[in-house]
Structure formats: structure tokens, C-alpha cells
Design a protein around this ligand. Structure first.
Ligand SMILES: C[S@@+](CC[C@H](N)C(=O)[O-])C[C@H]1O[C@@H](n2cnc3c(N)ncnc32)[C@H](O)[C@@H]1O
Length: 416
């Protein structure tokens, strides 16, 4: 590969301190922007000469297939920007918008419209019936802003970076027109208000970012939502999946907080982090209904920690009993679509308890959950590979069991 992703020739020898040791940093700039950026990076230097500058990197034409691309601005260091963009090849981006293929992915036309919702500003409402487990929306980040500034970066510089990040986007009005909380006392700039009101906290390449997704950010929160979101570090896109059948005319909702939280911490989190008092159907339901939901969510946490402790003590049959009860509670509370990463626990516990049939059922559920990452990144690929291997080994073991009645022999641990 003679060239680096951002168009510069590779170093003949690796440079140790760079994330991409064979690629020069795209900073300092040349007079012409270096692809994939459509603008020269806008950078501020920190007072320490040894720390890297913090810059805005923009490609105003992404996603490239869109008629009205909102663009992507990343606020980070040059090395980190190159890490993010080296993943974001056009093939991967295309895949984010075409994977999974129908029938799991919905049609070319949007199955929703953004319209006013009483008491919540705007919101996304289904314009047709959406079956459970369909891709409803895919949205590339418009702004990814680091939350890891070193202490010597001044507040006014952070504001300036945000201003430039938004100003350079392909659809500035679209982004500036998103919801704002307008926290008067804090004297926020419009960009800060928009980002603070609409962004999700994300981890990319093990760093913390605020991610703004203009289309997803029109979806309101519900404590018992009918859709869920997946963010891919590989494509920097957020995918919205329906969690149950959604009827035409029904509002599409996601959870901004942990979907398993009981009402008090949930409402506190929504108020402190997102700045609003939740008026979703669960929060406005009669007291008895809210209490029943809280009881189930508390039981969920209690049963999970009991099952974990019992499994650690090697009491797999008791752990399996707790997990059976836990999954009943999950079902009753309608949380089943949101707990995909929990299935590994019952899978392993049932395996250790000698119930290979049930273990296989849960490993298959793990697989379905992992496959939901529309375009899996390297970590998801590895997890998928692990589960595939486990399932193959289980099949062999089940066949052997049928002939000789032995106890489980293989420990289904992660590959080291
Ligand atoms: C990410 S935006 C969602 C879209 C927004 N309603 C709009 O008009 O663009 C978050 C804002 O929507 C409103 N919101 C979202 N979910 C809500 C809920 N469950 N109850 C009340 N307000 C909500 C709050 O004003 C919140 O600050």
C-alpha cells in the first residue's frame, strides 16, 4: 500500500510514536486540504510543546451517496483523526448503508417522518408498520468532539473548535436547527447548546467523544422504548433497530439512559445529563404501573448479581435457576431486545451445569445479537468468531454425549 489513507506517501520506516507508524501526520497543513478532508485542519496548540495540537478535521461531503450530505467534523488530535479515518473507507461506509440487506433492512424510503410531538418538541413517527428487528435508520456522525482535552486547553479554544466544526459541515442549518435546551445561566454558544442537547457519549478507539447524529437526534427518549441504537466504531454510523412491532402513527423512541434502570436513577440521569424531565408513557403511567416496573428492574439487577456470584462459586444449577427467573422478569418488563450481551451468562452457566441444549440456545442468541452490528468492527468480528467456534465445539460435544454419557469436558472460555 504505497499511500496512507489521507493521501500522503508512507514512511519507509515506522515512526514509533504515531498510531499509524508508517503514515505521516496530516498536520501541519499544506495549502490544499489533504484527502479525505475537504478543509485544512483548524488547530489550536496547547501550552505544553510536547502535547499534540487539537484540531477540527472536516469532510463536508459525507455520506457521499446522500443528496444532502451533512458532512463530518472530528475534533481530536491529528494522530487520533487518522486512526478514525483509516477505518472509514468508502467500502465500509457503503456497507453501513446497505447492510444488512432486506428483509432486515427497510426499503429505500424512510419509514418515519419528523413531526411535532406534544411536550417534546419534534420526534420521529412511523409512517408505516415496522416489524420487530428491522433497520429503521442509519446515520453517520456529523460531529465527533473529544471529551478528553488536557487541562491546559482554554474554554474559549474549545468553543472555537466547536464553532469551526459546525461551520464547516455540509448542512450547517440542519445541524444548527436541532433542538436546544438554552440553559441561560451557562451562557452557552449555539453550537455548545446543540451538541449538549443532542449528543451521545461514545467511545471510539478507547477515547471518549460526544457524537452528534442529526437524524437520530430527532428521536425522543422513552423509558420503555420501541427501538434501540447501535454505534459502529468502524463506520462512525448509528443504526436504529426496531425492538418490537411499531404501528403506523406510533412515535419511534429509544432509551438515552440504561434501559434496565429503575425510575429514580433513570430520571436523575436524564435530568443531569440530558437536561429534561421525562414525560414518556412509563413516567406518566399510574403509580402502581411505575412501581411494578421498578420492582421488575430491581429484581433484574438482584438476580443478575446473584447468578454471577453463584456461577463464580461453581454452583451452576442454582445460578441457572436465578437466570431462568431473571429472563422471565426481562420478558415481563419488555427488556428482551435490549439485553443481547447478557445471553453469554446463561449460555455458559447452562453449559457448566451440563445442559448443552439450553447452552446452545443461548449461544445462538449471542450470535444473533453480535450480528446486529450492521458492519462489525474488528472486536465484534473476533467475538463472532469466538461464538461460532464455541457453537461448533458444542455440536461435537453433544454428538459425543449421545454416544458416551460423559460430563462436560471442554471449558468454553474465551480464546487467549
Ligand atoms: C435529542 S433531542 C430529541 C428530539 C427533540 N425533541 C427535537 O425537537 O429535536 C432531546 C430533547 O427532546 C426532548 N425530549 C426527548 N425525550 C423526551 C421525553 N421522554 N420527555 C420529555 N422531553 C423529551 C427534550 O427537550 C430533550 O432535550
Amino acid at each position: 500500500q504505497p499511500q496512507c489513507t489521507w493521501g500522503l506517501p508512507r514512511h519507509p520506516f515506522p515512526v514509533q510514536h504515531l498510531h499509524h507508524p508508517f503514515c505521516p501526520s496530516p498536520y501541519p497543513t499544506t495549502t490544499k486540504p489533504i484527502p479525505p478532508w475537504t478543509h485544512n485542519p483548524y488547530c489550536i496548540n496547547t501550552s505544553s510543546s510536547s502535547s499534540p495540537p487539537w484540531c477540527v478535521f472536516t469532510n463536508a461531503a459525507l455520506p457521499s451517496h446522500s443528496h444532502n450530505p451533512h458532512g463530518l467534523s472530528i475534533i481530536t488530535t491529528p494522530d487520533l483523526a487518522s486512526t478514525l479515518f483509516s477505518n472509514l473507507t468508502s467500502a465500509r461506509l457503503d456497507a453501513a448503508y446497505t447492510q444488512p440487506p432486506p428483509p432486515d433492512r427497510l426499503f429505500l424510503e424512510k419509514p418515519y417522518a419528523v413531526i411535532p410531538i406534544a411536550g417534546k418538541g419534534m420526534g420521529a413517527v412511523a409512517t408505516r408498520r415496522i416489524q420487530r428487528e428491522k433497520v429503521v435508520m442509519v446515520d453517520l456522525a456529523a460531529v465527533l468532539a473529544t471529551v478528553d482535552y488536557p487541562a491546559d486547553v482554554a474554554e474559549r479554544d474549545v468553543r472555537e473548535l466547536l464553532r469551526v466544526a459546525v461551520e464547516r459541515l455540509g448542512d450547517v442549518e440542519g445541524v444548527m436547527g436541532l433542538a436546544r435546551r438554552g440553559l441561560g445561566d451557562l451562557e452557552l454558544t449555539v453550537e455548545e447548546d446543540v451538541i449538549g442537547t443532542n449528543s451521545f457519549q461514545l467511545s471510539v478507539a478507547e477515547r471518549g467523544y460526544l457524537g452528534l447524529f442529526p437524524e437520530v437526534s430527532r428521536i425522543n427518549h422513552a423509558c420503555k422504548p420501541n427501538a434501540h441504537i447501535h454505534f459502529s466504531e468502524t463506520t462512525l454510523a448509528m443504526t436504529v433497530w426496531s425492538a418490537r412491532d411499531i404501528e403506523a402513527g406510533e412515535e419511534i423512541t429509544i432509551s438515552y439512559a440504561g434501559v434496565d434502570l429503575p425510575s429514580v436513577p433513570r430520571r436523575e440521569m436524564l435530568s443531569s445529563t440530558w437536561g429534561f424531565d421525562c414525560s414518556c408513557s412509563l413516567c406518566t403511567a399510574p403509580e402502581t404501573e411505575r412501581k411494578a416496573s421498578d420492582d421488575r428492574r430491581l429484581a433484574f439487577h438482584k438476580l443478575r448479581s446473584q447468578a454471577l456470584n453463584l456461577a463464580q462459586e461453581g454452583k451452576y444449577k442454582d445460578a441457572a435457576k436465578r437466570l431462568k427467573e431473571l429472563l422471565r422478569v426481562v420478558d415481563e418488563e419488555g427488556l428482551e431486545p435490549f439485553i443481547g450481551d447478557l445471553y453469554e451468562l446463561p449460555a455458559r452457566v447452562h453449559y457448566q451445569a451440563g445442559d448443552l441444549e439450553t447452552a446452545r440456545k443461548y449461544f445462538e442468541k449471542c450470535m444473533v445479537h453480535l450480528q446486529k452490528w450492521a458492519v462489525p468492527g474488528p472486536e465484534e468480528e473476533q467475538s463472532l468468531e469466538n461464538v461460532r467456534e464455541i457453537l461448533a465445539r458444542l455440536e461435537v460435544e453433544m454428538r459425543e454425549r449421545k454416544t458416551s454419557k460423559t460430563k462436560p469436558q471442554v471449558y468454553l472460555g474465551n480464546k487467549t
